[in-house]
Write a protein that binds this ligand. Structure first.
Ligand SMILES: Cc1cc2nc3c(=O)[nH]c(=O)nc-3n(C[C@H](O)[C@H](O)[C@H](O)COP(=O)(O)OP(=O)(O)OC[C@H]3O[C@@H](n4cnc5c(N)ncnc54)[C@H](O)[C@@H]3O)c2cc1C
Length: 457
């Protein structure tokens, strides 16, 4: 429980319009996309870097946990106040401070919504590629903290590949400027990269300098439907192997498609068991050449059907299916255990078959979709928390999946982070020595364990 004196001091330092302890505020900031809930003691809306410094100072003085938060659409519980304390929300720090066409970069506050940055960049003929499916809600601060990916990351890389520099507040209250405005920079230890993906446990990001690219002038999107999960997975592997260089390579299994079509009130062809979305981009000549190679592969694979989306409206319609998967499958069962495992591209069919086998063996509804191009298989166990037998079967299956992923050379999280939900599986991927290194890094940055405590390790 936070002391009244601490709340008074917060109000005195950042203003009463930014500090809230009313129950409706606490409830509104008590959950994220995992559905887990932890009530904070206070919610503070940061308006500036100075506000952040002031909140850190108060939290330190009264030994109050501090949890940074963007839009709260994280999938691993990272923004939850598991030990109470202050949730520091960044949605009011949402200004794009600079869009530099000469140096191809943007300087932004952490609360900028991802799609707002993309739209502003596009207006200037530029391109900010990282595109988590939550992009219309998620913030740049959250994206950096989770090192978020998305469909286009197959070709363009993840958020971290676009972070040139960061400004952040340490728990000492001091301000650090990490990185630079350049792509190349090998001076000193790479602390900027240490903060990227650190899930708000090492420092609070108050500003980011992001790399932009020239906007590709031409884009084509295809959907290819298959009559089996295995045929779809094999097609993905073939696209990777044949170097078509798609900008997007996404996968949806039968259950995802069924859920989305029901959600959209549309009929689905009974025979379709898997759909693959493939986007190619570049100059008109490059796109034409990639399309020709891609069409050859489609003909060889013998799919049930294929759709070509040339116009923006046609592409958005195809994207709507993919982006609706998460909300649509959430209606299948009361709870979705949402994992984002990754395996090397060559092991995708093996991993998919393994999960399919587990679903049958343990009589579980497991929905597979996601960024298969980079081996990132969103594995959703749809369960009913009131069904104890089903929950314990799900526990066994999860454990086997994580173990297998690491055996195949993969990772237990490709983009959602560890947060709370994947903490129990860290030992599959990291040795005691490695986990101890994590602990000592955390201690160096946050000796009193006040910044987002209880996460990752
Ligand atoms: C429908 C749906 C689809 C999704 N699709 C994808 C996807 O395709 N790819 C993907 O990668 N993720 C995806 N996600 C997960 C999620 O959107 C991302 O993790 C996103 O980056 C979270 O952003 P946020 O602003 O909501 O952050 P929050 O959920 O608010 O916070 C996430 C983490 O960031 C930390 N944090 C936030 N701001 C700061 C800051 N200023 N300084 C330090 N730490 C900070 C928090 O403490 C927390 O640990 C999806 C989620 C949903 C609900």
């Amino acid at each position: 429980m936070i002391e009244k004196k601490a709340v008074k001091e917060l109000i005195a330092r950042v203003g009463s319009d930014k500090v809230f302890t009313d129950r409706e505020y606490l409830l509104s900031y008590s959950y994220d996309a995992t559905g887990m809930e932890y009530l904070p003691d206070a919610v503070v809306f940061a308006g500036s870097d100075e506000d952040v410094a002031a909140v850190i100072a108060v939290c330190r003085r009264y030994a109050v946990p501090l949890v940074p938060r963007g839009a709260g659409v994280g999938y691993s519980g990272g923004a939850l106040a598991v030990q109470g304390g202050v949730v520091l929300v960044f949605t009011r720090m949402n200004r794009i401070l600079r869009l530099d066409r000469e140096s191809l970069l943007a300087v932004v506050e952490p609360g900028v919504v991802t799609s707002d940055l993309q739209a502003a960049a596009e207006k200037a003929g530029l391109f900010y590629p990282p595109d988590p499916a939550s992009l219309k809600t998620s913030t740049i601060g959250g994206n950096i903290a989770e090192n978020s990916g998305g469909p286009r990351c197959f070709k363009y890389g993840v958020t971290g590949n676009y972070v040139l520099g960061l400004e952040a507040r340490l728990m000492s209250g001091e301000k650090v400027r990490l990185g630079s405005e350049t792509i190349k920079n090998v001076a000193g230890y790479d602390l900027k990269s240490l903060l990227i993906g650190s899930e708000g446990t090492l420092a609070v990001v108050t500003q980011a300098t992001l790399r932009l690219l020239p906007l590709p002038p031409c884009r084509l999107l295809f959907r290819v439907d298959f009559s089996s999960l295995a045929a779809g997975a094999r097609f993905v592997q073939r696209v990777i192997r044949n170097h078509v260089q798609p900008s997007v390579l996404e996968f949806m299994d039968r259950s995802s498609l069924q859920a989305v079509y029901a959600y959209q009130g549309l009929p689905l062809d009974e025979r379709v068991r898997a759909a693959v979305l493939v986007e190619v981009d570049g100059s008109p000549a490059e796109v034409a050449e990639r399309e020709a190679r891609f069409e050859k592969m489609v003909a060889e694979a013998g799919p049930l059907g294929r759709e070509r989306a040339g116009t923006f409206a046609e592409q958005e319609a195809l994207w709507a299916t993919r982006r609706s998967v998460s909300p649509a499958i959430a209606r299948l069962k009361p709870k979705k255990i949402n994992e984002d495992i990754v395996v090397p591209g060559g092991r995708i069919p093996e991993m998919v078959a393994f999960i399919d086998g587990l679903a049958a063996e343990f009589n579980l509804c497991i929905v597979l979709f996601g960024h298969f191009g980079d081996g990132n298989i969103h594995t959703n166990l749809m369960v009913d928390p009131d069904d104890a037998a089903e929950m314990s079967r799900a526990e066994i299956v999860l454990d086997r999946i994580f173990k297998r992923v690491v055996e195949l050379g993969g990772t237990i999280s490709g983009e959602h982070g560890i947060g709370l939900s994947k903490k129990p599986f860290m030992h599959y991927q990291f040795s005691p020595v490695e986990l101890e290194l994590f602990r000592s890094i955390k201690k160096t940055f946050d000796p009193d364990n006040l910044l987002n405590p209880g996460k990752i390790i």
